[in-house]
Design a binder for this molecule. Structure first.
Ligand SMILES: *Cc1c(COP(=O)(O)O)cnc(C)c1O
Length: 380
């Protein structure tokens, strides 16, 4: 059986978790602090704040920006549902725009067209690890006085070329970037998230909000020779990462360059193997380098998506359908007038994601390609 994804964890992470367990400090503590420092250095961000997952990261990002009832936030429907949910958590209204004609990312022109006097922020997703057009989005956000949040859940290790230089996703170019360490992503802590920003005031708000609005965290009180009474400055949350997770994350960070290089090799090989099959294959714009968190192919019009996926599963190959559309799910299917989301719907209905993980062999990939080819021929 070839799974859709497989995290790469070994004795190094197991020993790190072991040491954290025996250290006597298992909630947010010195490991979280070190993980934040190392992640910030890796993406070139002045500030990185670890949280319990990327959904809580996105929630805190919008909270820290004071997004609330009456506000509109422009984003894609074509994303994991957490992207849209975080807007609703704040009582604001998600305004969905379609993806571009090439690839699976938000269309900056449609963002510009969707701006109203109520628009407060844009949440732009680097879908499946492929950077979205940040240069265009930053300009639109600046012109409109809007905040730009990057949903970089899938994009640790992806790069973008702006102003002639390659830089990692997460510096960030927007105001805030949010990462996920769920096992489906390129590096994992089981559950986990990270928020990066260049703005020290935002970073301070993330740190308060993730921990009940507490002025002096337990780590500070624990280390203090004098008695400290903490204050609670705002309605916060408990969105902490544990030191056990952070210890695992530090091990994963060391692997990130190697994991991304490996995934790029695998994606390039898929490109060669699948070229003769008449599929729509994913490609990088000249200014983007994906970490290939997922490899998404578009099926020819005449074949049945579910049938292809079922027959591949029968042949021992797990796949997933194209990225979901939030506006088709109960919480967002409210019949409200919305922009044309035809490209998003087509991508969900016509695409499948193929297995991709670092441990995959060339034989595994050949097996995937053969299973897909056999099924396409059958349906042709
Ligand atoms: C996975 C994912 C999330 C949610 O991440 P969690 O860490 O599981 O909360 C949000 N947005 C996108 C685009 C994702 O792929």
């Amino acid at each position: 059986m070839i799974p859709i994804a497989l995290p790469l964890l070994d004795e190094a992470e197991a020993e790190a978790a072991h040491a954290a367990v025996l250290s006597g400090w298992v909630s947010q503590g010195p490991q979280v602090e070190a993980f934040e420092r190392e992640f910030a250095a890796l993406v070139g961000a002045p500030h990185a704040c670890a949280v319990s997952n990327c959904t809580s990261a996105l929630h805190l990002a919008l909270k820290a920006l004071d997004v609330g009832p009456g506000d509109e936030v422009i984003t894609v429907s074509h994303s994991f549902i957490a992207t849209a949910n975080c807007i609703r958590y704040c009582g604001a209204r998600p305004v969905f725009v379609d993806i571009g004609a090439e690839g699976y990312n938000i269309d900056p022109e449609r963002v510009a067209a969707a701006i109203t006097p109520r628009t407060r922020a844009i949440v732009a997703v680097h879908q499946m690890g492929m950077p979205c057009d940040l240069a265009a989005l930053v300009e639109i956000a600046d012109r409109g006085g809007l905040a730009l949040v990057e949903d970089a859940a899938c994009a640790a290790g992806s790069q973008i070329n702006i102003d002639g230089d390659w830089e990692p996703i997460g510096r960030p170019r927007g105001d805030i970037a949010c990462f996920s360490f769920h096992p489906r992503k390129v590096i994992t802590t089981g559950e986990g998230g990270m928020i990066t920003t260049r703005d020290p005031a935002l970073d301070r708000r993330f740190r308060l909000l993730r921990q009940h609005g507490m002025s002096a965290p337990d780590t500070v009180r624990h280390a203090s020779p004098t008695v400290i009474f903490e204050d609670y400055l705002m309605v916060g949350f408990n969105y902490r990462m544990t030191d056990i997770q952070a210890a695992i994350g530090r091990g994963q960070l060391k692997r990130l360059p190697e994991l991304v290089a490996r995934r790029r090799t695998l994606a390039a090989r898929y490109g060669e193997m699948l070229a003769p099959l008449g599929l729509g294959l994913p490609g990088e714009p000249a200014w983007a380098r994906s970490n290939w968190q997922s490899y998404c192919v578009r099926l020819p019009d005449e074949v049945d998506q579910r049938e292809v996926m079922q027959r591949m599963l029968d042949r021992g190959v797990a796949t997933r359908r194209g990225i979901m559309c939030a506006h088709r799910e109960a919480p967002f299917a409210n019949g409200a007038a919305r922009a044309d989301l035809r490209l998003s719907e087509r991508a969900q209905d016509r695409c499948i994601l193929l297995p991709l993980y670092a441990q995959m062999s060339e034989d595994d990939q050949r097996h995937v390609a053969a299973a897909l080819k056999a099924e396409l021929r059958l349906q042709a």
